[in-house]
Design a protein around this ligand. Structure first.
Ligand SMILES: [Mn+2]
Length: 364
């Protein structure tokens, strides 16, 4: 298992890569699309009247040179590029909404996967979701009153209908922000995902690129009036069964899995790893489950993360694991401190498991 740090493109600087190496990361997961406002330079976004962001990429696919340059930058710091995470919403809004440019965009995704392969990037994580990650609130909910996010269900923000001009919290068509998205059932939305995977998987197989599907966070039945696909533990395996291929895997988000009511995180992760279904993992901790949960530090919460790592290792998982988010401890640089804590904890846990495994072998 490799320990990885996730970096948005605007954070992909030599200084942050040195930070990653210094605190013990072995790999980097790069988010080309930034979901927060205020990005700089190459990854900046226009703000629309609602304070939401429009992707400045406007569907311009990332080039082979751009992708290769990112991989080489990461490798020049002694790190491996484990994955690209998330397509730009403008690459596939009509794939997700089933709009008129769907087939053209599916062709673009095939091209993008092929370019990733040419650039030596072997994994792409994605989130096939209409409403995306939405409805969380910030507050002092983590250990020691550290700032973190929570999902409060009916006590949280009122659910506004998803506009047709948005996907995954990004504006893809400013002219359609007042138009509600076309209603769609869960079965219809599964069929859209199936069309996507059937269209793109052959290109992924040819390019040697693994597609890794993230679950729906928060894992609720519907959000902003739209269905959610991977919201129960069994839904991860359903994705694998629907398109059997070594290039169709899941992105195991341990936090999202724990947010699913009744989930057995360790057992589900072990089963998915045993069938080699996990491309890479997001490791974080959570208290509670839908309809109400809070994110906490990696060593504080409902998941026994040491047992989770043990189960993943026992089942042969050898991919990257990255803290997708952490609480923000009180200090001058909460993002770096939160990540350094999570990465250090993961390294310590992994060292302890390796020690125990070696001791068990020696005792035989
Ligand atoms: Mn995640």
């Amino acid at each position: 298992m490799q320990i990885a740090l996730g970096l948005y493109a605007r954070l992909l600087t030599p200084r942050n890569l040195r930070f990653a190496r210094q605190v013990g990361a072995e790999a980097i997961v790069v988010h080309m699309t930034d979901y927060r406002p205020g990005g700089e330079a190459r990854d900046s976004f226009d703000q629309d009247a609602r304070g939401l962001d429009v992707s400045d990429q406007r569907g311009r696919l990332w080039s082979v040179d751009e992708l290769r340059g990112i991989r080489e930058l990461v490798e020049s710091h002694g790190l491996r590029l484990a994955a690209l995470e998330n397509f730009c919403p403008a690459f596939w809004d009509d794939v997700i909404h089933d709009g008129p440019r769907r087939d053209e965009q599916l062709g673009g995704l095939r091209e993008l996967v092929s370019r990733a392969g040419q650039a030596g990037i072997c994994t792409i994580g994605y989130n096939f979701s209409l409403a995306g990650v939405w409805g969380h609130v910030d507050g002092a909910f983590a250990r020691g009153s550290a700032s973190t996010v929570a999902y409060l269900g009916p006590e949280g923000p009122a659910e506004t209908p998803l506009p047709r001009g948005m996907v995954q919290n990004r504006v893809t068509d400013p002219a359609r922000l007042n138009e509600p998205a076309t209603p769609c059932s869960e079965a219809q939305f599964w069929a859209r995902w199936q069309r996507f995977i059937d269209a793109v998987l052959p290109a992924a197989e040819a390019a040697g690129v693994t597609l890794a599907a993230h679950p729906d966070d928060p894992p609720v039945e519907t959000l902003r009036g739209m269905p959610r696909l991977v919201r129960r533990p069994a839904d991860f395996a359903r994705r694998l069964d629907a398109a059997p291929s070594p290039r169709n895997k899941v992105l195991l988000c341990a936090g999202t899995l724990a947010e699913m009511p009744g989930a057995d995180v360790v057992a589900t992760a072990g089963e998915l790893a045993a069938r080699d279904g996990i491309a890479y993992a997001h490791i974080r901790n959570v208290r509670g489950a839908v309809p109400r949960y809070t994110e906490d530090f990696i060593d504080e919460g409902d998941i026994d993360v040491a047992a989770l790592l043990d189960a993943l290792g026992d089942a042969g998982f050898d991919g990257a694991m990255t803290p997708d988010h952490t609480p923000r401890p009180d200090c001058g640089d909460a993002w770096h401190a939160g990540m350094a804590h999570a990465l250090g904890w993961l390294r310590g846990a992994r060292a302890a498991l390796r020690h125990n495994a070696a001791a068990a072998v020696a005792a035989r």
